[in-house]
Ligand binder design. Structure first.
Ligand code: GLV
Ligand code: MN
Ligand code: MN
Length: 436
């Protein structure tokens, strides 16, 4: 057994290894953050909910305690800045998101934000400044759980938000603009979220893998090479509501049975192409009464693939097939493809820094691509960007059973700190962006 492998397996078998420097405090903070929720008894912290605002306030205090100056932008991304050796130096940005899916686990997003604070806290306690400033970012609406606006606030940072996005409404009819006003953000100032090129030298995000590969290989960490492309659509099927007891079966235009046939076709299509995944994650049948034939159904589609060509081909095939089903069942169908993100290669220089940092900490540096979407995929359009994945139990995510060990969390902070130092050296302050 190699030494590297040995370290990793010992850590996995782990127990509470003595002498962990960062892990226990980080896990305690993640537990504390997980208590900030909209729904007692589960973790649900959607963008701009009172719980999300409360989490911003909590994380703001932790950032300040770690020696950072803290501010929010108009869309309520939270940034903590730890200056470099020279004032106003370009920043290496590290972080992730504070919003969660409904009934979430406690590590998706939170790990990246709180590990980033732990890194700054370490530098601050040692009185150490790097050539670059470090900015810790806590983004919002990465999940798109409240509005149809997946990865919203990092998109604002790169100047990619269109004003129409701010008019999107949640399930209660509240728009992003109204929710921002309630949360003391400022939708009208959204353009002020955009950062100048060169202000951020590189972006690095620590995130749980959300899949089973690291665990199956007995490794704690991987450098991420690319993020799969995705498309999200809202389908509206319109039939005709009627009496459940009197309308004969062959005279019905039942929107829900039509939608059911569509969903089975979508699942079949998802299985037809290698590495393609398709999910119908939300469905609403109206009017929603036991004795009324459903007259209207809305459901979502989330389709992803590492290949944009395969995804585009599958999406076109899906549209054709669903239209045929609608015709056969005599129902209306409106397809609103509201978001599309191409597959994104991460920056080779940042991948190298992450790989070297994992190796320098004594672990085998695996390289993996990401099936999930991340703020890093947006940031990659703006500056050299990368990610480090951390092993999670049974690969489970978007589920309250998400789990990581204190040993892996400890190593995650150590590796991120090492990677930040390497980025600091690699992207010399005088040569910003020269590697792109
Ligand atoms: C975010 O977690 C996504 O990939 O949907
Ligand atoms: Mn995430
Ligand atoms: Mn997520």
């Amino acid at each position: 057994m190699s030494t590297k492998r040995g370290k990793s397996q010992a850590r996995q078998a782990g127990g509470r290894a003595a002498g962990l420097r960062y892990g226990p405090a980080l896990m305690a903070r993640l537990d504390a953050l997980a208590t900030i929720t909209e729904v007692p008894g589960q973790l649900t912290r959607r963008y701009l909910s009172p719980a999300h605002v409360q989490s911003i306030e909590q994380v703001r205090r932790w950032m300040a305690d770690a020696g950072m100056s803290v501010r929010t932008d108009p869309l309520l991304s939270l940034f903590g800045r730890y200056e470099g050796k020279a004032a106003r130096a370009p920043a290496i940005m590290i972080g992730s998101h504070l919003d969660t899916v409904v009934d979430a686990g406690r590590y998706d997003g939170g790990l990246g934000v709180l590990a980033a604070i732990a890194i700054v806290d370490e530098l601050n306690r040692c009185g150490e400044r790097l050539g670059h400033a470090i900015e810790v970012a806590a983004f919002g609406e990465e999940e798109g759980s409240r509005f149809s606006a997946h990865i919203l606030t990092s998109s604002a940072l790169i100047g990619a938000v269109k004003p129409a996005l701010l008019d999107l409404k949640d399930a209660d009819g509240i728009s992003v603009r109204e929710a921002l006003a309630q949360a003391r953000g400022d939708a009208r100032a959204y353009k002020a979220c955009a950062r100048r090129k060169g202000e951020i030298a590189a972006y690095l995000e620590l995130h749980i893998e959300q899949g089973p590969v690291l665990e199956s290989k007995g490794l704690p960490l991987a450098a991420v090479t690319a993020i799969n492309g995705s498309v999200r659509a809202l389908m509206t099927v319109t039939g005709f509501a009627g009496h459940a007891g009197t309308v004969p079966m062959d005279a019905r235009r039942d929107a829900l049975t039509a939608a059911s046939e569509m969903i089975v076709a979508i699942d079949r299509l998802g299985r037809s192409e290698r590495d393609l995944v398709v999910t119908v994650g939300r469905i609403k049948a109206l009017p929603g009464a036991p004795n009324v034939i459903p007259g209207r159904v809305e459901f979502t589609i989330d389709m992803r693939s590492p290949s944009d060509a395969a995804r585009t081909r599958a999406h076109a095939a899906l549209v054709r097939e669903l239209k045929q089903i609608a015709k056969g069942r005599d129902v209306g169908l409106v397809i609103d493809t509201y978001q599309e993100n191409p597959a994104t290669a991460l920056d080779e220089g940042v991948i190298e820094a992450a790989t070297e940092a994992i190796a320098a900490c004594g672990e085998e540096p695996l390289r993996l691509s990401s099936g999930a979407g991340h703020d890093a995929g947006i940031m990659a359009k703006h500056c050299p960007s990368g990610m480090i994945f951390l092993r999670c139990k049974d690969g489970i995510s978007h589920n309250p059973a998400e789990s990581i060990t204190a040993e892996d969390a400890d190593l995650g902070v150590a590796v991120m700190l090492e990677a930040v130092r390497r980025l600091d050296a690699r992207f010399g302050a005088g040569a910003l962006g020269s590697r792109r």
